[in-house]
Design a protein around this ligand. Structure first.
Ligand SMILES: CC(C)(COP(=O)(O)OP(=O)(O)OC[C@H]1O[C@@H](n2cnc3c(N)ncnc32)[C@H](O)[C@@H]1OP(=O)(O)O)[C@@H](O)C(=O)NCCC(=O)NCCS
Length: 395
């Protein structure tokens, strides 16, 4: 087993020299051009960057993103982690593991009960308590199959004055999709301007106001063809969904495909005549439960559902999460207290897929990821059941 040294020094960049080191690590870690890595550092708010220093040099870096994730209709504060990179000469000696441990201690201290990330390698993140918690799927539809002709509702370019209405429309849509982001400025920035690609926004309105919207990025292909990428698409009514699908079909002379991200259960696919689409896993995202009691109390629970679950947890990083808890759910809310007989025994890592509804207690038990008697496994099964958790946004 590797012995971890405590030489590291963790925190935001102190000066321009350290910022330049971050840009250099990003360039080498993600094969960015010098201009792209400099722009990345410019775009990223300096207080959100974290460094690990070793021997006075910047060895590793990441960016933390404060946002929320919807679970059970409530926004749970989460710390997103992106841009993890270790200088190539510092790799293979535990720098990323140390960086992540520091980050997790800080994230818990801010009061966020969860952390979320997209992993480029899983063992690193599993080691510090993250596990699969949902998916991000790429949905790709053949544009010629969009033979809708609904043009009754107004569809017009989004203007500055629509910003608040768009945010409300997104929240109304995302709130009931487990795992979707309660977006902050970082994520909204990526919807409107994805790494320099400008998205054209369109708003669909009816007599009662906003019924949907979409943001379109048009990407050229060979021979004047193009494909469309939607950085966001929301429809609250069947008429808005048909209006948006008609609008996308209006691109069929030159555009071949349209793609966007979300869950395998994307409701728009219900309206298509045939299965002229593919749904492909982009990646499993991972969650780390930072604070067991507040994570369970912060999320929403189905109205009319009540039950009790006894948990016995292991957590090698946070002793506060270690041991027995009783979870009591009633009237859409949870109360958590210490004690009980610990009928369901698991590592905090495996609490993540259970919490989000990505895997049932039954499935986790079948893979040896938790132990428990049948009654406890059944109770967990009904308390945590729900739509498959997914994410639209990348970070
Ligand atoms: C992946 C990366 C962050 C690891 O940094 P590191 O300091 O070498 O990692 P650690 O020494 O703490 O190793 C932790 C675990 O990560 C995994 N890991 C380390 N380097 C890896 C690599 N290059 N590829 C895949 N997995 C790797 C290993 O499982 C390792 O544990 P083990 O050695 O006990 O098997 C670093 O190689 C890097 O910056 N790569 C390019 C950018 C990147 O992929 N970032 C992650 C984005 S989510």
């Amino acid at each position: 087993m590797r012995v971890e040294t405590q030489l590291g020094d963790f925190g935001p960049p102190r000066d321009e020299r350290e910022l330049a080191a971050v840009a250099d690590i990003m360039m080498q870690s993600y094969a960015m051009s010098p201009a792209d890595s400099a722009a990345w550092v410019q775009r990223t708010s300096r207080p959100d960057l974290r460094l690990l220093r070793e021997g006075g040099e910047v060895a590793a870096t990441l960016v933390l993103i404060r946002m929320g994730q919807w679970y059970g209709g409530r926004s749970v504060p989460v710390i997103g982690v992106g841009g993890v990179g270790v200088s190539p000469v510092h790799r293979g000696r535990g720098a990323a593991t140390r960086l992540m441990r520091h980050l997790l201690r800080e994230a818990r201290a801010t009061g966020a009960p969860l952390s979320v990330l997209y992993p480029a390698t899983q063992p690193l993140y599993r080691r510090v308590g993250y596990e699969h918690a949902g998916t991000r799927q790429e949905i790709r539809v053949q544009i010629p199959s969009l033979d809708f002709s609904e043009r009754t509702l107004s569809l017009r370019p989004i203007e500055e004055k629509d910003t608040q209405a768009i945010v409300l429309s997104y929240q109304r849509h995302a709130r009931h999709r487990p795992g979707w982001l309660d977006r902050g400025d970082f994520s909204w920035g990526r919807v409107r301007n994805l790494r320099g690609e400008v998205a054209h926004g369109y708003l669909v309105e009816g007599s009662a106001g906003v019924e949907g919207y979409l943001y379109v990025i048009r990407r050229p292909l060979k021979d004047f063809k193009q494909e469309l990428f939607l950085s966001d698409i929301v429809a609250h009514t069947p008429a808005a969904a048909r209006r948006i699908l008609s609008f996308l079909g209006d691109h069929r002379s030159l555009a071949t495909d349209v793609s966007w991200h979300g869950g395998v259960d994307d409701p728009l696919l219900l309206l298509l005549r045939e299965q002229t689409y593919s749904v492909k896993l982009y990646m499993h995202w991972m969650v780390r439960v930072l604070d067991v009691a507040s994570a369970l109390e912060a999320r929403g629970w189905p109205e009319g559902l009540s039950g009790t679950l006894q948990l016995d947890l292991e957590d090698d990083l946070f002793p506060e999460n270690q041991g027995r808890f009783v979870l009591e759910v009633a009237d859409g809310q949870a109360r958590v207290r210490r004690g009980g007989d610990g009928g369901l025994r698991l590592h905090v890592r495996e609490l993540a897929p259970l919490y989000t509804g990505h895997l049932s207690a039954e499935s986790l038990r079948a893979m040896g990821a938790l132990q428990g008697d049948d009654a406890s496994v059944r109770a967990a099964g009904s308390l945590f059941a729900g739509a498959p958790p997914s994410l639209r946004d990348m970070f």
